[in-house]
Design a protein around this ligand. Sequence first.
Ligand code: UDP
Length: 239
Amino acid sequence: SLSEYQYKRVLLKISGEALMGNAEYGIDPDVVERMAIQVKQLHDEGIEVAVVVGGGNIFRGVAGSAKGMERAQADYMGMLATVMNALALQDAIERIDCPCRVMSGIQMNEVCEPYIRRRAMRSLEKGDVVIFAAGSGNPYFTTDTAAALRACEIGADCLLKATKVDGVYDMDPVKNEDAVRFDSISYHEVLVRGLQVMDSTATALCQDNHMPIIVLNIDGDDNIKRALAGEPVGTVVME
Ligand code: UDP
């Protein structure tokens, strides 16, 4: 069971939407600070923490292409948005005295390091938090898929998906008060039922590579730490 699972290295996916808090757009510094504190808590427990940040609080490729933009062009804008979020998060993490680097899937050497898998793994071993920016570096993907990809690449023990809800439900819990939360669910069931845990590409990549996904609420102060200690926080997606 997951309670006996040894989480030595985790990949935390933070959506852009989470970073905007109650605002309709942009970055809420209080939310970023709270996320930074949660990251540092894990770091101080000796857990190696890698982070993938989204960009939906600033720009989404699909939204751009719905308004007539060329999809790949819009996706590059989305990837650039994730870099802004990554820099905000790095700043907040460093301000609370936690070493942190940003590695981008699109090279921009004046701003942050390029993503080099072996260097990322070495940094994690040394105890630096590593934030992966610019998603996978490729259009037509999402940061969820990038999170699944990076988690597999760096040999993470699990992918933690921090969201606005406290797990996976059989229906949208915001629209249906009868919605029931799963403590655990299989990848297959997530895909067959079309549950919006992550997009299907990301879920399938995790399934193929036996990467457990823990879906939890970012709002609790120590939710992530509790989940990793094996407490029944959120929903676990696994075989
Ligand atoms: N994106 C991309 N390739 C990637 C990751 C992201 O093209 O590997 C683009 C895509 O346009 C996406 C945007 O970046 O809409 C922001 O990421 P996402 O929508 O996943 O952010 P989140 O929903 O987590 O805030």
